[in-house]
Design a protein around this ligand. Sequence first.
Ligand code: HEC
Length: 164
Amino acid sequence: MKLQILAVGLLPVVLAACSSGESTPNSSLSSSTESEKTASAKPVKRWYAFQHVSQGGRVYQENCAACHGKKAEGAADWRKVGPGGKYPAPPLNGTGHGWHHPLRILFKTVKDGSPGNQGTMPAWGEKLSDDEMIAAIAWFQSKWPEEIYAAWMQRELASRNQGG
Ligand code: HEC
């Protein structure tokens, strides 16, 4: 009983701290963050369809699994620079950095390979059709947990709003 009163007594203080501008780096964002929080209770709609994922699974296992792993888990020591200063293949299952990149950047990486030839990611533009590359991306995105996909979608939408 005592504990309950204490908790109720504290609540307004906690709420006040949350809504003060100082606790949120960008206070103008805080109202939209609130509504996103309520919205994220529902899973974000995925952009791809089942056909993409099943086609992509085949494309991926044939072309990508050798480096990125059968389950897109990445090479064992992917965080450590290998010989020649190049990094091993990162995971694509949502535990790497892939979710930082909007779809068009993921697509460009697959099509053109490592930017500026800094890494050993091959370019697939000659070997695979655009549809096959998109399907492979859909397949590994289907491995992403809900919160990673939701965070990616926010960046994706922001990048679309910037007009490309
Ligand atoms: C020869 C090994 C190899 C193969 C095969 C390969 N990759 Fe990669 N991939 C890499 C490496 C290494 C990187 C890291 C690139 C860098 O350091 O520039 C990478 C990076 C990526 C990234 C960017 C990830 C991020 O976190 O930014 C994506 C997306 C990707 N690969 C998708 C694919 C897909 C799809 C295929 C199959 C069509 C594929 N890769 C086949 C080695 C490979």
